[in-house]
Design a protein around this ligand. Structure first.
Ligand code: FAD
Ligand code: NAD
Length: 158
């Protein structure tokens, strides 16, 4: 099976878009990720999956913590920037929450401590124990078939 067949199939699974952030020493690092899921209610755990070539990997391994900001529909440029696709964005003003850098205006921010990690093929799965949560109202930025989508009418399927 070729890589494109796999990506095409995975692209059929509509997701939201997050920016994962962390801080090690004075250095803050952010990275766009859609491989994010809720894992457990008691304790409260979430999961992210980070490519072995991502700079973020070393950051999380050193800091032992990360934050996840769930983007709203107006934050496509933020997603493209933290995916390294748009170098033109000016300096990012992170919003400090529970002593962690997060993305201002996002629908939800969760701060996490690394609870467990598993190397899975060319990615590392990080399970984070959620230490604090901030939410706001708004509509999500969605990602489907490799493109950003708006679901602002959010029509309920009856
Ligand atoms: P870099 O590529 O070096 O950083 C990303 C960008 O953020 C660079 O432009 C950098 O300058 C900027 N940046 C970082 N920190 C700061 C800061 N403090 N101040 C200002 N600018 C900063 N990859 C995965 O591994 N897992 C996923 O789940 C995943 N999901 C994705 C979903 C989408 C919708 C997209 C578009 C990409 C996804 N990627 C995912 C790919 C991933 O976002 C890119 O490969 C990314 O470039 C990897 O980041 P990096 O840690 O290597 O850092
Ligand atoms: P795409 O069409 O490559 O992605 C469609 C879906 O395939 C994604 O939602 C994801 O589920 C899966 N996928 C893509 N690349 C993957 C990878 N390296 N490892 C595991 N799953 C992967 O979307 P695109 O707009 O071309 O993506 C832009 C860039 O971001 C590409 O370089 C892509 O590889 C990367 N990306 C990586 C991940 C990831 O590592 N989990 C997820 C999404 C996008």
């Amino acid at each position: 099976m070729d890589d494109q067949t796999f990506r095409t199939a995975m692209g059929k699974f509509a997701t939201g878009v997050t920016v994962v952030t962390t801080q090690h020493g004075e250095d803050i690092h952010g990275m766009t990720a859609n491989a994010f899921m809720s894992v457990s209610l008691n304790p409260k755990l979430v999961l992210i999956s980070i490519d072995e070539n991502a700079t973020m990997l070393d950051f999380i391994n050193k800091s032992g913590k990360f934050a996840v900001s769930i983007l709203n529909e107006d934050q496509k440029d933020m997603s493209a920037y933290f995916a390294g696709q748009n170098k033109e964005l000016k300096e990012v003003n992170f919003k400090w929450f529970n002593d962690m850098p997060t993305i201002e205006g996002s629908l939800a921010s969760l701060t996490c401590e690394v609870y467990d990690s598993v190397i899975a093929g060319d990615h590392t799965l990080y399970i984070g124990k959620v230490t604090d949560i901030h939410t706001t109202k708004g509509d999500p930025l969605a990602f489907y078939e490799g493109k950003y989508r708006q679901i602002s009418d959010c029509a309920e399927v009856k």
